[in-house]
Design a protein. Structure first.
Length: 255
């Protein structure tokens, strides 16, 4: 049988490379922003106040990694224009970052809705900014989906942080999941499905084996349980990790 010449679009599995799409969710103050800043070259889109925690850690450790911030707090237009810049740099192959981070996706969703309502109010002049219309929620969800898909498709590692929410499945069983608004749990489930890996971050204390002193421990659970949603398609991170940086997690996945 004659050998068939394959088109260039078909590659060997070992030659196939794919950027990482990750989400880490948890309550406010557990350390999501600090975690997001701990790799060599990181660009963080800050959609809410709280990046000061990462900045303090950065200065305290005299870190050599490059971390840049886009302050998008309350400013959807800036988020959109800087996203265009990221896309343009990716197309040129000149993006000077290994990670693009949205911190947090939960607040990004709220920012989209606020922009939609405020622009509609500017045209109307008589409506309330505090009462979004049903169709505006639909527009918000469609736009949010579009931007999640856009970042997932970029040739750069993508991390989105999110708040946590307590919710129920169709049988009434309670569980913890990333907090996204939309048709019950459907939007949260959809975002989770887009990620290669996502985990639930908590913070606690433990006794150091070396100093015998109490130390702070940040844990991320990467495997789902009865009451916690998580996923690791790479099967590289185990049930949970403790005090690992973003860089250490990346290297575990890339091994």
């Amino acid at each position: 049988m004659a050998e068939i010449t394959l088109p260039p679009e078909i590659t060997d599995l070992e030659d196939f490379t794919e950027s990482i799409n990750m989400m880490v969710y948890g309550d406010a103050g557990v350390g999501k922003t600090v975690f997001a800043s701990k790799d060599d070259r990181v660009l963080i889109f800050a959609t809410e106040h709280g990046t000061i925690s990462a900045a303090r850690q950065y200065r305290k450790t005299k870190a050599k990694n490059v971390v840049k911030i886009v302050d998008c707090v309350g400013d959807w237009d800036k988020f959109e224009s800087m996203t265009d810049w990221v896309v343009e740099q990716c197309e040129k192959g000149t993006l000077p970052f290994d990670w693009v981070v949205i911190d947090t996706g939960t607040t990004l969703q709220q920012l989209i809705l606020k922009d939609i309502v405020s622009k509609a109010a500017e045209k109307s002049g008589s409506r309330s900014l505090d009462k979004p219309q049903i169709e505006e929620y639909g527009e918000q969800q469609a736009k949010f989906r579009r931007f999640v898909e856009l970042y997932n498709d970029l040739p750069v590692n993508f991390l989105m942080t999110a708040h946590a929410m307590q919710t129920e499945d169709h049988e009434g069983n309670e569980y913890v999941a990333p907090a996204f608004h939309g048709k019950g749990n459907q939007m949260s489930n959809w975002v989770c499905a887009q990620m290669h890996v996502y985990g639930f971050m908590t913070v606690g204390t433990a006794i150091s084996a070396r100093t015998k002193n109490e130390i702070k421990v940040r844990r991320i659970r990467w495997q789902a349980s009865e009451n916690i949603r998580a996923k690791d398609r790479f099967d590289a991170l185990g049930e949970k990790t403790s005090n690992k940086t973003l860089k250490q997690i990346r290297l575990m996945i890339e091994e």
